[in-house]
Unconditional design. Structure first.
Length: 286
């Protein structure tokens, strides 16, 4: 079993866009947690080392690469193996879970109970870790909304949450075009998936799936494409890079530069230089 080299540490933060959503990241934690319970749904991915979760009279081994769930109000205890345990977990208030499920399928309710169990599903674990990292970073609200819905939808598909079949509302192509027009106009804003779904007149989850199918990319990637296109136009006008980053909705210049280089292939500074060279050549034909 792989040894954890990081010193013991636990970091805690809250996702400001999602009231009550608390996230933890533990490194080489050896401290045992005696019998306790949470009001929230606990979702925990083991990223290094191993441990045990005990509930309902049963102790379950939680090695690296697994995910385990603890239902709200369920009494349980946790402890790590000798080498410690690293993890990423999330405490999701039941009200927030209910909201996610209603977005996946309007009219559905919070699942009727869930037993603590260890899940060995690389796809689901990967989805959770991507979501957790996104809620730690500077991704857009639109992207984290999508990741949250995709994760809970994956939970539903695997039978951990019971959700009725979602139905479309309205013509899909027209709905997607309305959403695209909205993003073209509001590209610099922090747009939520709920807001965009209301524009399209579809449920958030169904809208997200439809948008991906119709355009070939998720809404947050489409918004990013629009932002970059607008940024290129502003850079050609010789606007300062920091100003362009702010005007097109990026968190700061480094955030802008990272996405610009990923999508355009060069940095904004080099883009400005290359654009100037092209203009100079065109104004002084050989």
């Amino acid at each position: 079993m792989a040894k954890i080299d990081n010193p013991p540490d636990i970091r805690v933060w809250h996702a400001e866009d999602y009231p009550g959503l608390e996230l933890h990241r533990g490194f080489a934690v050896r401290h045992p947690h005696p019998r306790h319970w949470h009001e929230e749904l606990l979702i925990c991915a083991i990223t290094g080392g191993a441990g045990y979760n005990h509930s309902s009279g049963t102790s379950q081994f939680t090695p690296a690469g697994t995910l385990f769930l603890v239902a709200p109000s369920e009494v349980h205890s946790n402890w790590a193996c000798d080498e410690g345990c690293s993890y990423r977990n999330m405490y999701v208030p039941t009200q927030l879970v209910s909201e996610f499920i209603r977005r996946i399928a309007p009219g559905s309710s919070f699942f009727p109970g869930i037993s603590s169990e260890v899940i060995s599903d690389p796809g689901l674990v990967g989805d959770f870790l991507a979501l957790h990292r996104a809620l730690q970073g500077r991704e857009t609200r639109l992207e984290t909304d999508a990741l949250l819905l995709e994760f809970f939808a994956a939970m539903a598909r695997r039978g951990y949450i019971e959700v009725p079949q979602s139905r479309s509302a309205g013509r899909e192509s027209v709905a997607v075009r309305r959403a695209q027009e909205f993003l073209n106009e509001k590209f610099e804003d922090s747009v939520s998936l709920d807001e965009l779904a209301r524009v399209a007149n579809l449920s958030p989850f169904y809208f997200h799936r439809t948008f991906c199918r119709e355009t070939g990319m998720p809404p947050h990637e489409y918004q990013l494409q629009v932002r970059i296109a607008r940024a290129k136009s502003l850079l050609r006008e010789r606007r300062p890079i920091a100003w362009v980053a702010s005007a097109t909705g990026f968190a700061d210049q480094s955030h802008f530069t990272r996405h610009f280089k990923r999508m355009v292939g060069i940095t904004p500074g080099r883009f400005c230089t290359e654009s100037k060279n092209v203009q100079d050549l065109s104004s002084h034909p050989g």
